[in-house]
Design a protein. Structure first.
Length: 128
């Protein structure tokens, strides 16, 4: 019986910890919502994975050096089910694809963003 008594508080603490981490994860605090940046670059990697789809692309900086940026979108399921957007799937972007990507940059100055728009090399809007 005593093991059951100890189990309830442990489960409650675990549930609270999961709830707090989920709320922190979905906060927009990492990015600057009042700023937008746009890059024209080349996809280096594309991950159609949970919890967020990830895009990595290379751009040439003002100093002439290549810099790889990363960006996140919503979940693969939400992207695949969106109406009015491209039909998202694991092969929609491939390394070497030219893209224009717009979004909110990271607050800490890292080459990362919350993506709000992607246009492929043919001018097709993949998400907006």
């Amino acid at each position: 019986m005593s093991s059951r008594v100890g189990l309830a508080p442990a489960l409650a603490i675990g549930l609270l910890a999961l709830t707090a981490s989920a709320a922190a994860h979905h906060g927009a605090g990492l990015f600057e919502p009042e700023k937008k940046v746009t890059h024209v670059g080349t996809v280096t990697e594309f991950q159609f994975v949970n919890p967020h789809v990830l895009v990595y692309w290379s751009v040439t900086g003002d100093d002439g050096k290549e810099l790889v940026w990363s960006g996140e979108l919503t979940s693969p399921n939400r992207l695949a089910r969106m109406e009015g957007a491209a039909k998202w799937h694991k092969d929609i972007l491939k390394p070497g694809d030219r893209v224009t990507i717009e979004g909110h940059p990271a607050r800490n100055g890292a080459p990362a963003m919350n993506i709000t728009k992607i246009v492929d090399g043919d001018g097709n809007v993949l998400i907006q």
